[in-house]
Ligand binder design. Structure first.
Ligand code: HEC
Length: 292
């Protein structure tokens, strides 16, 4: 299939720039394909190698800061930058919700080891009992349900946004440490990787097309960031104070591909997040980076 088939869906300006992207647009590097038998850690390493071939002289710690992106569109800004007041307000709202006493006298801190400190950086987690991937947002809701409290809709970013941001902020600076320890857990990881590599939507592109194969390049006005490093600075604070969760970004990118996005908290997006987060393992997490 000629590459112009997808490219025509982008704007003219985007097209002009995108045409400089080689025909390999569709084709995933063989190193990525050949990963099926590899352990998740080996896959993470070979993904880093592929990305380093795309962006010579850079490393994972550059990518998480958006340094791979010449336009710096996706550059993450630390909490104490321009939006500090706003970020602080949001964290204060989140802290209030975190500290709120349940009717049984407990609070969210009771559901997590170490009262939730340095815990969020280990999510998503595979839960052997239910054979499910549990995200930060799900873990919060599990706790609410366990104590007879009303759960919070994942899409309710005014409530879940600040609360998940506060929970994650208790891990700020902690290195992301997602575990894929069993065969069953790897099944979820593999499902997430398959979705990451599957071409979807009217554009017929995969996440990997943009965030591996063409990482570091510009599409239209926007830089394409590397997948490694993408998971560590969530949620994001958008202009206007809306808190954007990682899965909401996944949905945005599915829409960009012309696909109907999976629901927040769906098995598909949870598995995708499990894979997506794992490949950023070892990088320091930071909450409420400002999205421009
Ligand atoms: C056609 C190219 C394209 C495809 C396909 C694509 N994305 Fe993106 N992605 C982008 C662009 C451009 C951005 C910049 C931010 C924005 O505008 O949303 C982005 C941003 C992101 C970010 C935030 C990165 C950061 O650090 O700011 C994540 C995470 C992400 N994409 C994940 C995905 C996932 C998962 C998929 C597959 C479901 C996917 N993307 C598919 C182009 C793409």
């Amino acid at each position: 299939m000629p590459s112009s088939h997808i490219l025509k869906h982008f704007s003219r300006a985007a097209l002009a720039v995108t045409l400089s992207i080689p025909l390999g647009w569709y084709v995933l590097p063989s190193a990525v394909h050949a990963q099926t038998a590899a352990t998740p850690e080996q896959q993470r390493q070979s993904l880093i190698q592929v990305l380093q071939q795309r962006m010579p002289g850079t490393s994972a710690s550059d990518w998480m800061l958006g340094a791979s992106n010449p336009a710096a569109v996706v550059q993450a800004i630390p909490l104490n930058a321009d939006n500090a007041t706003n970020s602080a307000d949001i964290l204060a709202i989140g802290k209030k919700a975190w500290d709120r006493k349940f009717r049984d006298g407990k609070s969210l801190a009771n559901c997590f080891p170490n009262a939730g400190k340095r815990v969020a950086a280990t999510y998503p987690q595979f839960e052997p009992k239910t054979k499910m991937v549990v995200t930060v947002e799900m873990a919060i809701n599990r706790c609410l349900a366990l104590h007879g409290e009303t759960e919070i809709e994942a899409a309710n970013s005014a409530v879940m946004g600040p609360l998940s941001a506060y929970f994650r902020s208790l891990s700020d600076g902690q290195r992301l440490m997602v575990r894929v320890a069993t065969v069953q857990a790897q099944g979820k990881f593999d499902a997430g990787r398959a979705l990451f590599q599957r071409r979807i939507g009217q554009q017929d592109v995969a996440c990997a097309s943009c965030h591996v194969q063409n990482a570091g390049k510009i599409l239209g006005q926007q830089g394409l960031s590397a997948v490694v490093g993408q998971a560590v600075t969530w949620p994001r604070l958008q202009p206007g104070g809306r808190v954007l969760g990682l899965q909401m970004q996944f949905q945005r990118c599915m829409q960009r591909s012309g696909a109907e996005p999976f629901a927040l908290g769906s098995e598909e997006l949870n598995n995708l997040e499990y894979y997506h987060a794992f490949v950023s393992n070892g990088l320091p997490t930071r909450t409420l980076a400002v999205q421009r």
